[in-house]
Design a protein around this ligand. Structure first.
Ligand code: KIV
Length: 258
């Protein structure tokens, strides 16, 4: 994709110009290159890696080494997009470990990092930003806490959750995050956050009133036919198309052999 390299500042500036931000995940070289050729401005090497590539039941088991491996593969595509890497669970429990982990992801090729949480991780966020690494927030349903939460639950339905989301979002924006993911936040609260914050809100299952949207790319492409999600309807039935092509090729080979 021609044009200058996207930076945290250029993603943030899109909100000022009223431009919607279409973000997607990638975990390897070809998908990063394809998304970049289409002009996706922000590509996330998400820890959804654990579920959609590595076959774990959730994101809690993803390791920093696994993230580094996939960030390296994605970075080899040299995207114009801002390549952001998720910090896996337990890799940012103190400011010191957060900085060490963020540095490893940047050395692997990430332009920015993302971690889940609000006021409870502010020392870590400030420490990461203090060493010059752009930080992408993540509020609402926090998949790294799915086991404690007992499932993927919509956030912002009651007053305490609503107030907590406002305070966490304000804190991340004031600390210097360049944008924030709102995952499974009620559309009403997501809209309020979008109007309130100076930084872009990037929704996933949070309704249309966000500054941008992010999806797990295999969900968009229909690559995971074994699961269905409420917030995304696949635009392609890639799994079925792949099965058909593989079946046809297998039959051709078998017919040749007889
Ligand atoms: O891990 C991931 O892919 C994410 C997106 C769902 C925002 O965090």
């Amino acid at each position: 994709m021609p044009g200058p390299k996207m930076t945290a500042e250029s993603i943030r500036a899109m909100k000022g110009r009223g431009e919607k931000i279409a973000a997607l995940t990638a975990y390897d070289f070809p998908m990063t290159r394809l998304l970049d050729e289409v002009g996706i401005p922000l590509i996330l090497v998400g820890d959804s890696l654990g579920m959609v590539v590595l076959g774990y039941p959730d994101t809690t088991r993803v390791t920093l080494a696994e993230m580094e491996h996939h960030v390296r593969a994605a970075a080899r595509a040299k995207p114009r997009a801002l390549l952001t890497a998720d910090m896996p669970y337990h890799s940012y429990e103190t400011a010191e470990t957060a900085v060490a982990s963020a540095r490893r992801l940047v050395e692997a090729g990430a332009d920015a990092v993302k971690a889940e949480g609000g006021r409870e991780i502010l020392p870590q966020v400030r420490a990461i930003l203090a060493c010059g690494i752009p930080f992408f927030g993540h509020l609402g349903m926090l998949p790294q806490h799915v086991l404690e939460e007992g499932g993927y639950k919509v956030k912002g339905k009651n007053q305490p959750e609503h107030q907590a989301l406002l305070a966490d979002a304000d804190a991340l924006a004031e600390a210097g995050a360049f944008a924030v993911v709102l995952e499974l936040v009620t559309p009403r609260v997501a809209g309020e956050l979008t109007r309130r914050l100076p930084i872009p809100t990037i929704g996933i299952g949070a309704g249309p009133d966000c500054d941008g949207q992010i999806l797990v790319t295999p969900d968009l492409l229909g690559l995971l036919p074994w699961y269905s999600l409420k917030h995304v309807k696949p635009r392609l039935n890639a799994a079925e198309q792949m099965r058909t092509v593989v079946q046809q090729w297998k039959e051709t080979v078998e017919a040749d052999a007889s």
